[in-house]
Ligand binder design. Structure first.
Ligand SMILES: *[C@@H]1O[C@H](CO)[C@@H](O)[C@H](O)[C@H]1NC(C)=O
Ligand SMILES: [Zn+2]
Length: 997
């Protein structure tokens, strides 16, 4: 999406007026072809020549095609619902190809593979041949090339890597090397994450371009000529591994003012026949030279770039190209009169090549581009939390997809060819890839489009369930009916509610054994639970809370929950059997009195008996203790009727009307349950806010399960609900957030590392994306909060951390979506209710990563549960592990996915940063041959991160930072081709030839 106009030119000095001579005969017959050698190949060799002694203006024809926003991805593809927005991608591609064929000098870049793939499948083979030719000659060039242009604040790195892999694989399979994008292109995302830059570097991109950054940052960089820079995107990886050349585009991604020639625009065409009325060539050329010369003043080289296109443009590409042909001709014709401006058709990679040839040094950037503000009161920090239910659904869908892909590998062909028809992982892969788009998981789409994203994920999950049933059947030896319960978070699961004897299958997608608490809805009073070896497992029956009963409405009727802890082998499966012993009401009852303390062997949690709120948290092992109060508040969303600015809070923008949030209730009504398996305090704050503070027997983390909604709006006030943790930790304005679920960045209140901030929004201007965790610390204590989805948050007061949980807004925020963020559904017509959880851990700062890294890993990849009636019996393999042994704690198995008939894609990740852990921030070596228990590895080759290039062929431009510190590259011994060493934060990608044993 594009929003508003960008006026970012520095003070424009008048360029010298050039005399324009036009001879009538020449005008009518001018050759619209640049003087260049015919393009012989794709990539950098196909770039037009430039003039070293002139200002070269690279015109980049492009279209920005959102993979869903105001319309669904398929509506955009077909050009359906043009009453909502005139946009049809199929016509864009038809028209562009047609126009490229008319003049070999013309160039076009295409970005979103989700659309290109739809179009490609519908073309005749002769059209496909024609397009291949255009690609081979570099006339049609793919940039970025992922399935979509991902959001950068709310996406998790594993889903981003997957969606890039999907898109880039299609391009390589279809076009080979000429289909490989050289640059990353994120012209629209609303702020830029350092982890994205790190990933792009490791995917082999030579450079990265984007359009949006904070307006103060932009001004500063224009003055300093630092709109092009070298981003050092990792604290851990050895440079230049995560170095990415980054360019900030001059007009967002729009053409300069007055030069938009699309059918969606209203600028005057070039009228070049002096015999006709309104001849305007002199005026057009003059205006263009003024703009080009002023743009050149804020960039470093004698090359500048202009994006000639915008949202869904080029549906009638003739309009653009006819005028661009003329623009190039008439501006360059002035060179005969001494003009020093040379205009050419170009692409971002051709522009990048010229910057590289300039051989300059570039300023080094180590932080990120969050938060993004386009004006004093316009901080795009609301979307960090917008649509919290969709954000959670996307996150759990990622977990489900990884499990689906793993089991496809572990069971081989049987997973797709088993008795359950329609099994595949592709539907889910595409649904997840679409969901990464910057108007999808970000929450900035229209309601009907959000519904479409969710429907695609649900459909993908259906296909995966069939695949998983086939796989588990093949791996256990019995194809019984597997039930999946997707509503356990509201205590709904028909098989566990009905069956008197049932089996619970637990599949663990992590490469190490995991203990996991289960809560199953049941109707009996007493049960026995035993593990696969028949050993009794401690369990407890507790009543379903009132909050849960209200939340699930008539979707389920279980009165109790059966709670027990399960353990599953690494990348493996085990089975628990459950039998009903006694019907009737539960034995453990809720006490309506606040206990002053709940505790297990690791943690002690105290409550204030007067308020019912948390009052302290202690780690019993390390003997540390902090004061901790936690409560819920809401900010009154600005409605835009306001003296300083008319900006309202909306899907994108967070703009509270006051810096002081309203407290929802000073006290909580409480009830508690204390058993040997679980201890919980149930807190009730208001009809629309409740929470369970929960501590399982073997957990080192405290769980805060919050339920928020429907946010009341009968007072006509939009509300943005936060929870705030106030502690005795001395933070002096500093807190920490992760970037896309990986490396952690330090955040300082009212401060930006690269410019002198004028803070104009004391709350919204201090909000950052919290993707998987945030923490506050001092010398003694670190409190880490692991989240179950992306959220926004900040540390506004010393010792405090706040996280935004839910938002409901009554006004549109004027960034194009055209709807207030006011979510309702069939089940919740009065407003959406959202439930989620935060996991708290308290550790010494030096050991905190040893806890929060695995905790976040477990939160992102959750065990899959299946349910079936009956009991354990001989002849069935009720337990298996896909690995020969658990991987060390530092190693995360990021990807295991079938690639083709006899090869699989494997990604191994070192999940610790350097220096964050004494034990785990060390290189680790893994043997690929001894990895799997059910797969023989016959061969191995290493790929780049996005799996579209062999590692040894990946050669990137090298760039020189202006503050060079020489890093000594320590080459580690390569033990053998089967041994893989991972250094902190490294991800290595392999294609393994395998055979099922
Ligand atoms: C890309 O495609 C080419 C041509 O089909 C193929 O030879 C090559 O192996 C592919 N590269 C990767 C990394 O898969
Ligand atoms: Zn967009």
């Amino acid at each position: 999406m594009t929003c508003g106009s960008f006026s970012v030119m520095a003070a424009v000095k008048q360029a010298p007026l050039l005399a324009l001579l036009v001879v009538a005969g020449e005008v009518l017959s001018f050759p619209l072809v640049q003087e260049t050698q015919p393009a012989t190949s794709c990539g950098y060799e196909s770039c037009h020549v430039t003039k070293p002694n002139m200002l070269n203006v690279h015109l980049v024809p492009h279209t920005h095609d959102d993979v869903g926003w105001l319309k669904t991805v398929d509506q955009y593809y077909y050009g359906d619902r043009n009453d909502i927005q005139h946009a049809g991608v199929q016509y864009i591609l038809d028209s562009v190809v047609d126009q490229l064929l008319k003049n070999p000098d013309r160039r076009f870049i295409y970005v979103e593979t989700a659309f290109f793939y739809r179009w490609w499948r519908q073309q005749s083979s002769s059209m496909q041949q024609t397009v291949k030719q255009l690609v081979n000659e570099g006339r049609l060039e793919f940039v970025n090339g992922g399935w979509c242009m991902s959001d950068e604040a709310t996406t998790h790195y594993s889903a981003v890597i997957d969606q890039m892999t999907l898109g880039l694989r299609f391009l390589n399979d279809t076009f080979g090397a000429c289909g490989r994008p050289r640059v990353a292109w994120h012209i629209d995302p609303f702020g830029h994450a350092r982890e994205h830059a790190s990933m792009f570097a490791q995917m082999g991109y030579d450079g990265f371009f984007f359009g949006r950054l904070d307006y103060q940052d932009r001004t500063h960089r224009m003055v300093q000529r630092e709109q092009e820079l070298l981003w050092r995107a990792s604290d851990s990886l050895t440079p230049p591994m995560a170095d990415l050349f980054t360019g900030i585009l001059p007009n967002g991604y729009n053409p300069p003012e007055g030069f938009c020639w699309d059918q969606l625009c209203h600028d005057a065409p070039i009228r070049d026949d002096p015999h006709l009325e309104d001849y305007n060539v002199d005026d057009v050329v003059k205006r263009f030279l003024v703009i080009a010369n002023s743009q050149a003043k804020v960039y470093k080289t004698n090359h500048i770039i202009m994006t000639m296109g915008s949202d869904f443009q080029y549906e009638n590409a003739n309009l653009w190209y006819k005028n661009l042909d003329k623009l190039i001709h008439y501006v360059n014709a002035q060179q005969a009169n001494g003009s020093k401006v040379n205009v050419l058709y170009s692409t971002p990679s051709c522009y990048l090549q010229e910057l590289h040839r300039a051989n300059l040094t570039w300023t080094l950037k180590r932080d990120d581009f969050f938060p993004y503000a386009d004006n004093a009161h316009d901080f795009w920090t609301g979307y960090f939390t917008s649509r919290p239910a969709l954000k959670r659904y996307e996150r759990i869908s990622n977990s489900n997809l990884q499990i689906c892909k793993q089991l496809e590998v572990l069971a081989g062909r049987a997973s797709r060819e088993g008795p359950y028809r329609g099994a595949d992982s592709d539907t889910m892969k595409e649904a997840m890839a679409v969901a990464q788009h910057h108007d999808a998981v970000s929450g900035t789409e229209k309601q009907h489009v959000a519904n479409d994203y969710a429907r695609r994920l649900a459909d993908g999950w259906q296909h995966c369930q069939l695949l998983i049933s086939n796989s588990l059947g093949a791996l256990t030896g019995v194809f019984g009916k597997q039930n999946y319960c997707d509503h356990l978070n509201i205590s709904v699961c028909p098989p566990t509610e009905l069956f008197k004897k049932f089996l619970v299958g637990v599949y663990n997608p992590l490469a190490r054994p995991v203990t996991w608490p289960l809560r199953l809805p049941v109707n009996g009073t007493a049960y026995t639970v035993s593990d696969v070896r028949g050993k009794a497992v401690p369990c407890q029956v507790v009543p379903v809370s009132r909050a849960t009963q209200e939340l699930r409405r008539n979707r389920g009727f279980a009165v109790n929950e059966l709670v027990f802890e399960v353990q599953a082998p690494p990348l493996g499966y085990t089975t628990y059997s459950v039998s009903l012993v006694l019907d009737g009401p539960p034995l453990a009852s809720v006490r309506h009195r606040t206990p002053t303390v709940i505790q297990n062997k690791f943690l002690q949690v105290t409550f204030d008996p007067d308020t019912g709120l948390l009052s302290s948290l202690s780690n019993l092992e390390t003997k540390q203790s902090i004061k901790l109060t936690q409560n819920f508040y809401w900010y009154n969303a600005s409605d835009g009727r306001n003296v300083e600015s008319h900006q309202a809070s909306g899907a994108y923008i967070f703009r509270p009307n006051s810096s002081t949030p309203f407290i929802i209730s000073k006290t909580a009504k409480t009830g508690s349950i204390q058993t040997s398996v679980v201890q919980e305090v149930r807190q009730w704050f208001a009809p629309w806010v409740s929470q369970v503070v929960r501590l399982y027997a073997d957990s080192r983390a405290l769980e805060l399960e919050w339920t928020v909604g429907p946010l009341p709006i009968d007072d006509h006030l939009g509300k943005e609900v936060i929870t705030r943790l106030d502690t005795s930790i001395q933070t002096s304005g500093v807190f920490y957030t992760d970037s896309n679920g990986r490396e952690v960045l330090q955040r300082r209140k009212d401060f930006r590392p690269t410019w002198n901030l004028n803070q104009t929004e004391p709350i919204a201007g201090n909000y950052y994306p919290i993707n998987s965790r945030a923490f506050i610390k001092d010398d003694m204590d670190q409190l880490t909060v692991v989240t179950d989805r992306s959220q926004g948050g900040g540390s506004i007061h010393n010792g405090s951390l706040e996280i935004m949980l839910h938002r409901r807004l009554l006004y549109d925020d004027n960034r194009g979506v055209g709807e207030p963020l006011n979510e309702t559904s069939d089940i919740f017509p009065e407003g959406l209710v959202v439930r989620g959880r935060l996991l708290l851990s308290l550790e010494r700062p030096s050991a905190a990563a040893d806890r929060h890294r695995p905790l976040a890993e477990q939160e992102v990849l959750q065990p899959l549960l299946t349910f079936s009636e009956g009991d354990l019996r001989p002849g069935v393999k009720f337990e298996f592990s896909g690995l020969q042994a658990a991987l060390p704690p530092a190693v995360h198995l990021l990807t295991l996915s079938q690639w083709d008939k006899d090869s699989v894609l494997l990604r191994l990740e070192h999940q610790f940063q350097s220096r964050e852990s004494k034990v785990n921030s060390q290189p680790v070596t893994i043997s690929l041959q001894k990895l799997f228990s059910s797969l023989d590895v016959l061969g191995v080759s290493e790929l780049n991160l996005s799996a579209n290039q062999w590692k040894e062929e990946m050669k990137r431009f090298d760039w020189t930072p202006d503050e060079e510190e020489k890093t000594v590259l320590k080459t580690l011994q390569v033990p053998s081709e089967w041994e893989v060493t991972l250094k902190p934060m490294e991800i290595r990608t392999f294609l393994l030839k395998v055979r099922l044993v």
